[in-house]
Design a protein around this ligand. Structure first.
Ligand code: PMP
Length: 409
C-alpha cells in the first residue's frame, strides 16, 4: 500500500493553488507526470556541483558528470531488466526512439511492398514515422482493429500476421482507452510469423512492472517525463544483435570512433546512436525518478492506480450522459477518456479547470483512433501514484457541475 500523504508531500507542485485558492487536482499524468523533490534536487545538485560535458574531458567535473550519466543508464537497464547497459539508448523522448527504429532499422531492412503491422490505437508517434517510410521506401501499413469496447481485435491481429509482416509495432497501453494489450502473447505470435517487434512503452513503463526479457520484445520505447523524470530524455531499448546491425540515426560528435575527410567509423553501442551533447542533467533526473519508483515498488504503484481506476469508473457512471471509452477496469491502466452527451470536450476541461481540476481534451495525438469511434475528441482524466480518491470525488463533483451547466441551458 502506498502512503498517499507521504507521497504527496514529495511533490512540491501538488500543494499549489489554482485560480485564487482552488486546490490543484492534477489528473493529466498521461500527458506528463509531476516531479518529486528528489528529481528536482538531483538535477539542481548536478548543475551546482558537477556540471560539465561528458565523455570528452579529462578533468574532475567531466569525470563526475560522465559517472552520473552512465549510472542512470545502469538504473534504467535494471528497471526494465535489460541484459546489458549498452542496450539502453538515450533519446529525447518516445517519439525520437520510434523514429530511430524506423530510420535506422527500417531504412536498412525494409523495402518496397514490405508490410508493417501497427494498431488502430497507436499514438501519432507510432504512426507517422511509418507513414514516412511509406513515402521513402514504399512499404505497406496495416492497422489491427480495435473492437467497439476498446480492446484490440486479436483475431484480426492474427489475420494480419498471416501476411508475414516484417515489423509489428504496438502500444503496450493506450493513452486514450487505457487498454493494456497482451504484449507477451502478441510478441510471441509476431515472432512466430517472422516479424520483429516494437513496443511503445510510453504509458506502461511508468505505471507497472515491465520486463523486456520476459516480454522478449525487440525494441521498447519510453519517455522520462511520464515517469516522474524531466522532459528531454527518452529511452530506446533494443536487442543487441539488432542494434549492432543498424546504422546510426543522427551523425555528429560522440557517435563516431573516427572521422576522416573521406568518411567515418561509427562508435560502439550505445554511443553509436547518441550524437552530440546529450541531455545530461535529464539523464541524472530520470535516474533519481527510477530510484524513487523502485523504492515504492512498481507492483504497489500498479495496485494504487488500479484502485483509483476502479473507483473512478464506478463514480463516473453516476454522471448522466457520460460515455467512457473502454469502461472495463480489467487490463486497463489509470486513464478515463469520455464524452458527456454533446458537450464539447474542451468545454468540459475548461469548466473543470475553473475548479482547479487539470484534465486534457482533444484527440490526445490519437486522431485515427477517435475516427474509429466517430468522434473528434474526448476529455481525458489520468491517474498516477500521487492521486487520491478524494481527488476523484472532486473530479466527479466537477462533472456534475458541467452536466448541470450545459444540459440545463
Ligand atoms: N506513445 C504513447 C502511448 C503516448 O502516450 C505518448 C505521449 N502522449 C507518446 C507515445 C509520445 O511520447 P513523447 O511525446 O514523450 O515522445
Amino acid at each position: 500500500m502506498l502512503d498517499e500523504q507521504k507521497i504527496r508531500a514529495d511533490f512540491p507542485i501538488l500543494s499549489r493553488e489554482i485560480h485564487a485558492g482552488k486546490k490543484l487536482v492534477y489528473l493529466d499524468s498521461a500527458a506528463s507526470s509531476q516531479k518529486p523533490s528528489v528529481v528536482i534536487d538531483a538535477m539542481d545538485h548536478y548543475y551546482r556541483h558537477s556540471n560539465a560535458n561528458i565523455h570528452r574531458g579529462v578533468h574532475k567535473l567531466a569525470e563526475e558528470a560522465t559517472d552520473l550519466y552512465e549510472q542512470a543508464r545502469k538504473k534504467i537497464a535494471v528497471f526494465i531488466n535489460a541484459p546489458k547497459q549498452k542496450q539502453i539508448i538515450y533519446t529525447r523522448n518516445t517519439t525520437e526512439s520510434i523514429n530511430l527504429v524506423a530510420q535506422s532499422w527500417g531504412r536498412k531492412f525494409l523495402k518496397a511492398g514490405d508490410l508493417v503491422v501497427l494498431t488502430q490505437m497507436e499514438h501519432h508517434s507510432n504512426i507517422v514515422p511509418w507513414h514516412m517510410l511509406v513515402a521513402q521506401l514504399g512499404i505497406r501499413l496495416e492497422f489491427t482493429r480495435v473492437t467497439p469496447d476498446g480492446k484490440l481485435d486479436l483475431d484480426h491481429f492474427k489475420q494480419l500476421l498471416a501476411q508475414e509482416p516484417k515489423l509489428v509495432g504496438f502500444t503496450h497501453m493506450s493513452n486514450v482507452l487505457g487498454t493494456i494489450n497482451p504484449a507477451k502473447e502478441m510478441i510471441s505470435l509476431a515472432h512466430a510469423a517472422g516479424a520483429i517487434t516494437l513496443v511503445d512503452g510510453a504509458q506502461s513503463v511508468p505505471h507497472f512492472p515491465v520486463d523486456v526479457q520476459d516480454l522478449d520484445c525487440d525494441f521498447l520505447a519510453f519517455s522520462s517525463h511520464k515517469m516522474l523524470g524531466p522532459t528531454g530524455l527518452g529511452v530506446l531499448y533494443g536487442k543487441l544483435d539488432l542494434l549492432r546491425q543498424m546504422d546510426p540515426f543522427l551523425g555528429g560528435g560522440d557517435m563516431i570512433k573516427e572521422v576522416k575527410f573521406s568518411g567515418f567509423t561509427p562508435n560502439e553501442l550505445p554511443y553509436k546512436f547518441e550524437a552530440g551533447t546529450p541531455s545530461i542533467a535529464e539523464a541524472i533526473g530520470i535516474g533519481a525518478a527510477i530510484d524513487y519508483l523502485s523504492e515504492l515498488g512498481m507492483d504497489s504503484v500498479e495496485v494504487h492506480e488500479q484502485n483509483l481506476l476502479t473507483y473512478g469508473l464506478e463514480r463516473i457512471s453516476e454522471v448522466p450522459g457520460v460515455t467512457v471509452f473502454n469502461a472495463d477496469p480489467r487490463n486497463k491502466g489509470g486513464v478515463i477518456a469520455f464524452t458527456i452527451g454533446s458537450i464539447h470536450p474542451h468545454d468540459v476541461a475548461q469548466v473543470l479547470d475553473r475548479s482547479g481540476i487539470a484534465v486534457r481534451a482533444g484527440h490526445h495525438c490519437a486522431q485515427p483512433l477517435h475516427e474509429v469511434f466517430s468522434i473528434p475528441a474526448t476529455t481525458r482524466a489520468s491517474f498516477y501514484l500521487y492521486n487520491t480518491k478524494n481527488e476523484i470525488d472532486a473530479f466527479i463533483e466537477g462533472l456534475f457541475a458541467v452536466q448541470k451547466y450545459f444540459m440545463a441551458g
